[in-house]
Ligand binder design. Structure first.
Ligand code: ZN
Length: 174
């Protein structure tokens, strides 16, 4: 059996993974954007919306590409993620409403890098030539997202000192 090591041994299975990665990435970025809007951080909300838009377009491309294909419907435990969640989902637990654009972009960077590594590793391991080619293509697209987030990061300075303390926390008024 080819591709046994990764468990992703056909184009269909790879595309099912790729589609889930993009859809979940978009959802996470949208959620982060809404969260930042609620907390009145429009700058950050804008950045997350932009990233959500990129992932959304990516998902749409994959949907069109696979419209004629019979993709497997994978149960959550059938996905071959290295961790428990799809590799591109930004870590929501690490999001904080007082975080700065720099921190938010770090989260995004990690998510994009995980997605890149996922496809890149697969491209190296895959025995099936079609799987390898598509994995290479997807890795290249993620590498581009990494570069994009890097560019955004270059425009934002890391904050000095502590950032997770609210100077006027309503909850502490007694
Ligand atoms: Zn991406």
């Amino acid at each position: 059996m080819s591709g046994k090591e990764s468990g992703i041994d056909s184009l269909e299975v790879l595309l099912a993974h790729a589609l889930t990665i993009e859809v979940e990435a978009e959802e996470r970025y949208q959620m982060l954007a809404s969260q930042m809007e609620v907390h009145n951080n429009p700058e950050l909300a804008g950045i997350f919306r932009k990233l959500a838009g990129i992932e959304g377009r990516h998902a749409e491309e994959l949907r069109q590409r696979t419209a004629e294909m019979d993709l497997p419907k994978l149960a959550p435990w059938e996905y071959q993620w290295p961790g428990l969640e799809s590799p591109e989902a930004a870590d929501l637990g690490a999001a904080h409403y007082l975080m700065t654009p720099w921190h938010a972009l770090q989260l995004a960077l990690q998510a994009e890098q995980r997605a890149f590594r996922f496809f890149d590793e697969l491209a190296r391991k895959a025995e099936d030539q079609d799987v390898r080619k598509l994995a290479e293509e997807l890795a290249e697209e993620e590498a581009e997202h990494v570069r994009l987030v890097d560019e955004l990061l270059a425009k934002h300075q890391p904050p000095a000192g502590r950032w997770d303390e609210d100077p006027d926390p309503a909850a502490q008024q007694e």
